[in-house]
Design a protein around this ligand. Sequence first.
Ligand code: FAD
Ligand code: NAI
Length: 475
Amino acid sequence: MAKSFDVVVIGGGPGGYIAAIRAAQLGFSTACIDEWKNDKGGPALGGTCTNVGCIPSKALLQSSEHYEHAGHAFADHGIEIKGLGLNLGQMLSRKDTVVKQNNDGIQYLFKKNKVTFFHGRGAFVRGDANGYEIKVAGAAEETITGKHIVLATGSNARELPGAPFDEKLILSNTGALAIGEVPERLGVIGAGVIGLEMGSVWRRLGAKVTVLEALPAFLGAVDEQIAKEAHKLMTKQGLAIQLGVKIGAITAGKNDVTVEYADSTGAAQKAVFDKLIVSIGRLPNTNGLQSDQVGLKLDERGFIAVDAECRTNLPNVWAIGDVVRGPMLAHKAEEEGVAVAERIAGQHGHVNFNTIPWVIYTSPEIAWVGKTEQQLKAEGVAYKAGTFPFLANGRARALGDTSGMVKFLADAKSDEILGVHIVGPMASELISEAVVAMEFRASSEDIARICHAHPSLSEATKEAALAVDKRSLNF
Ligand code: FAD
Ligand code: NAI
């Protein structure tokens, strides 16, 4: 007899594994099916995020930043290093260890929460409001049934037409995280989040990095003032960023790749790279779900169509994370996973899309939540802005990293915080205060009146809030 569960989650990335844990916490018998394999063919829970996304990229960003500091920043602190060397093999193997710790951590959490794990590919066989049959194809094949199905099958990197990923010369995020030798000339197509993070890693390790971006504006979704500052700082670090290009033919040779493109003036250009990272966005992954077996509806862009509460067109079938609309972020997927499990339990799960933070883990980091200044202008919202530079922050001076600023945008009348934008050290951590404030609909004055520890980077947040009312104390 087929094993039956209250909830079957397909996909064990941050959306799926968190949905499974929350469902189990709520008392449902829960299964999670995930097909990701490690290099030995065993399970590797955590999806894109853990295996070839958030976690390995942050491991390499940290290692490469240490290397750059050791080579360039330590001398200023009076630390002299002679014979500094790079052991890339060790750096990559540390990254793999960090990934494995996270894979194993999720398996442990499944055991702890009594989530039954199936290693293999899950596909619909048949079903209706009374339940769904799901075939698991893997080491051992079996069919299980679930009253509720949560689809969390994630996304895949988008290829450029005519330039398929071979992960040797033309690399997706997977190859970009595992280059065995620092390339002399690295090309990156797409100056988005992956392009800038991975471009930074390999530049710090010694590659000459050229980033080719189609749009005329740098980081168009980021507040313009912050994006301008980030562009200036990254260019100064040595990332050669070309905006407004039109990519033409890409030809992979034996050991290099040639990219033909028109630059922003329309002039024809040709560049030869030892490796090429293509990071031009990601596509929803519904491969292998056999969605037509049950009539699951996709939207015109291939995402699983869902309502505001992650319900699909099929009764008791839900979808979350990268495979549905909204930002492709691990924490967005997790929040949707929790909310769906709670909705299945008849509770009122909720995800506030207005307070989902974004972080780009370059150096300096870029982080934001809420509206940008250009959005407020376009929407005709009357606002006040306040900024504070890290240059005037004592902790930033002590750290030796005074680049960037904190910027507050608040409603002109009510003073409610509408957006907070940071480019600077530890922006990823600082943004949480702004998220909490916005979630509680705080005013900039609320932040300005809160006691912040001294010396700390968070004082820049308080000062930017004070600046909304033109009363910064330290600038
Ligand atoms: P995924 O993580 O993609 O997981 C889907 C899982 O489902 C996979 O394990 C897949 O094998 C499995 N699967 C698919 N189909 C089936 C099937 N039919 N049967 C069984 N299993 C199946 N986001 C952040 O918030 N912060 C970051 O710092 C960050 N860094 C990133 C860096 C890179 C290089 C990349 C590529 C992405 C990064 N992201 C980051 C985005 C983040 O990884 C995704 O938003 C997140 O992984 C989405 O989670 P998910 O659960 O929806 O899907
Ligand atoms: P992206 O959407 O961030 O950036 C893609 C860039 O490529 C854009 O600037 C776009 O204009 C450009 N582009 C598109 N087509 C092009 C073309 N033909 N030629 C030149 N440029 C072109 O996508 P990316 O970097 O691939 O990352 C995918 C997603 O993964 C991100 O949007 C984000 O959701 C997630 N991610 C999140 C991270 C984080 O939270 N720190 C880190 C990395 C990825």
